[in-house]
Design a protein around this ligand. Structure first.
Ligand code: RM4
Ligand code: MN
Ligand code: MN
Length: 432
């Protein structure tokens, strides 16, 4: 394989040099402002630097809608090229050292080779994602009418075996979690018996659960609708919570922000799952209508902040089983996926640092006094704080880019990849 283009560390340093003095000024000004509130900017920067979110392997491909997919130049054609792009995101944004793989899209022929390829780029593997929502070439039985909850036991067994294989591959890659999202449900009233389907789900999941190694977790991902348009088997957090509890201590609920009805109070769901010790993790994205898979924080940044407020609140009180896995799950249909993922990672860190700024003592006092206006004002004060210098400083101190998107554009990475990766005529990259 010819050596592929990479952004050199020296290039990042050169680009940073142009912005460094401005950053220092902005950082000092913000530091002085925070000091008046007895908040140490350097403490916040350390926390920002420790914040991590996993990148979805499928997110570096170009997505599409039900109508069309417009391929992007230089999009990755295999899992190695996906990891190259993830490595570039990590190099510039620094908060994304983990990649979440989707099987069989990313099925490695030689897992050890893939692990080594990731390691030299400073990457490791987060949760494995199984796929029983599509049929693969040569697959014996179809998932057209369901997978883990299919009425036919043989289909269910095939879907269970696929999930067990995902665990086995994940073990060789150093992953420690499996995320299970199923498309099972019905388009017509009467098509699916709700109770029997859920019983079958639990039976299948128990078999998968049994295959989990000691130190693994399984994340159950609910979704209101789509591709089933009338009823979905794992349709909401309540069903997910019930199943996680039935399955046992290694089972947790995963909240994908796009998998709820419009206007649902997702931060409340997060708070409930925290309280019940079953919050496993997130698929971050944003949406206006449904599972739009838009960039995190692009539509409802205040909601994202409120979710992080719930998380910071949880972390500040002793809670059992509180160790959520942060992952992005986005589909980039019209933007450069690398830019979108870097921007989203930055928006999550922003919401996190803003949530750290919430004066929790004052907030408790306002709540105790039923002072609704002051409670909102305390949250708004944190939410409207521009913490950009903290995020930029955290990146710079970790060897990343002060302005990741500007450095990425200046590097010519995409043009180089377009030359190195001539498009395949029938590229399967991208998701619905
Ligand atoms: C689903 C769900 C899953 C993701 C697939 C590609 O809507 O969000 O997490 O793996 O899409
Ligand atoms: Mn998801
Ligand atoms: Mn989704």
């Amino acid at each position: 394989m010819a050596k592929s283009f990479e952004i050199e560390d020296g290039f990042v340093e050169d680009q940073n040099r142009k912005l460094k003095s401005f950053l220092k000024e902005d950082y000092a000004a913000l530091g002085a402002k925070l000091a008046r509130r007895k908040v140490s900017i350097d403490d916040l920067t350390l926390k920002a630097a420790a914040f991590q979110v996993a990148v979805p392997s499928w997110g570096v491909g170009t997505g599409g809608t039900r109508f069309a997919r417009f391929a992007g130049p230089g999009e990755p054609r295999n899992v190695f090229e996906k990891l190259e792009d993830c490595g570039t995101i990590f190099k510039l944004a620094r908060s994304t050292p983990a990649v979440s793989l989707h099987i069989p899209w990313d099925k490695p022929q030689d897992p050890a080779e893939l692990r080594g390829f990731a390691r030299v780029r400073g990457l490791h593997f987060d949760a494995m994602n199984s796929n029983t929502f599509q049929d693969q070439p040569g697959q014996a039985l179809s998932y057209k009418f369901g997978s883990l909850t299919h009425p036919d036991e043989a289909v269910r067994r095939q879907a269970v075996e696929h999930n067990v294989e995902c665990i086995e591959i994940g073990m060789t890659l150093g992953s420690q979690a499996l995320t299970v999202w199923i498309a099972d449900g019905g388009n017509y009233p009467g098509q699916v018996h709700p109770r029997r389907a859920l019983e079958r789900y639990l039976e299948s999941m128990r078999a998968i659960y049994k295959a989990l190694p000691e130190d693994w977790r399984v994340f159950l991902e609910h979704k209101l609708y789509e591709p089933a348009f009338y009823s979905t088997v794992i349709n909401d957090w309540g069903t997910s919570y019930y199943c996680a509890r039935e399955l046992g201590p290694k089972a947790y609920c995963l909240v994908d922000l796009g998998h709820h009805a419009p206007n649902v109070n997702i931060e409340m769901i997060v708070a409930r799952l925290v309280q019940f010790g079953k919050l496993g993790g997130f698929h971050f994205n944003d949406s206006k209508y449904g599972d739009d898979d838009l960039d995190a924080g692009s539509i409802k940044p205040f909601q994202l902040f409120l979710i992080f407020d719930a998380l910071v609140d949880a972390a500040s009180s002793p809670m059992a089983d509180f160790n959520p896995a942060y992952m992005l799950d986005q589909s980039h249909n019209i933007t450069d996926p690398i830019e979108s993922l870097m921007m989203s990672a930055g928006e999550l860190a922003r919401a996190y640092v803003q949530a750290l700024l919430v004066d929790r003592e004052a907030l408790s006092e306002a709540q105790q006094k039923c002072d609704a206006l002051m409670a909102l004002a305390i949250l708004k004060d944190a939410f409207t704080s521009d913490v950009s210098p903290i995020l930029a400083m955290a990146r710079e101190r970790a060897g990343g880019a002060i302005d990741p998107i500007a450095v990425y554009r200046a590097s010519g990475y995409r043009t180089r990849k377009a030359e190195e990766r001539p498009a395949k005529s029938h590229s399967s990259a991208g998701i619905v």
